[in-house]
Design a protein around this ligand. Sequence first.
Ligand code: NAD
Length: 297
Amino acid sequence: MPAVIIDGGAIARKIRARAAQSALALAARGERPCLAVILVGNDPASLSYVGAKEKALAQAGMLSVDARLPEGSSEASVLAAIERFNGDDKVHGILVQLPLPAGLSEGRVIAAISPEKDVDGFCPVSVGNATFGRPSFLPCTPSGVMEILREIGAVVSGAHAVVVGRSCIVGRPMAMMLGARGADATVTMCHSGTRDLARHTLQADILVAAAGRPGLITADMIKPGAVVIDVGVNRVADPSRESGYRLVGDVDFEGALERASHITPVPGGVGPMTIAMLLENVAKAARERAEKKEGKQ
Ligand code: NAD
């Protein structure tokens, strides 16, 4: 039987509706969720991601403010924008659109975000708290994958999960979240130094591909009945399209359909979940602020 194709768009819509309800309730408590977005330079992909995030915020009844800094801005000016938003009571979350132009240290810039506003979950304090199982913001893309697994009723506890990729944005937090107490998967993290990738992926009850390599995972690398989550987003040439390209994941989708029990398509799988989880995190930041204020009264 071919795999069930997971509709990430439908799951994301549910989460976005939930976030919109939270925004309404929070506005009534005087905390309308607000995200500050910092964008440096004119990278077309970054501009389009920022536009999509701001549109989603508005649709959920949340506010956004932005600081758009020109290409060539100094690190001090980026840090000054973060400091301004750190100290602004109307702002609940801060997001720095990555990648930053060459010459700016992503590590130093991200570390300057106040942990209670770190809705991307990338700053060292958030990563440390998450690693120790303490309350923290969790990165949006792997959170979206966990939400998909919950939504399809995948058995995570006791499963063998194999994550291909070890970036700080996807692979590493993904492996941490799958193996955390409560999720309880046994996790293998593969990367560019892994020998015989197929030997590992073939053991996966849950296979998460996040390498950014089109066609890396072929059907013969998938355990029959596995849940396959394809995080990869890759452009490949397609002369039949007006744009000249199409988007594919890291998994050979057609082949995998015959092996997996469930699979996310690209586009329309993990992609829509990332923004949905960002909205959830902004709502969470506003809720925490409201609770703190109300607790003080
Ligand atoms: P990255 O380049 O930072 O990391 C890729 C990882 O894959 C590295 O850790 C590397 O060790 C590993 N890798 C590369 N080649 C490999 C190979 N042959 N075998 C095993 N491991 C290999 O990328 P990233 O930021 O983690 O993103 C990964 C993919 O996910 C990209 O395609 C990106 O576009 C996509 N992505 C999608 C979303 C979304 O919302 N859907 C969000 C973030 C990233």
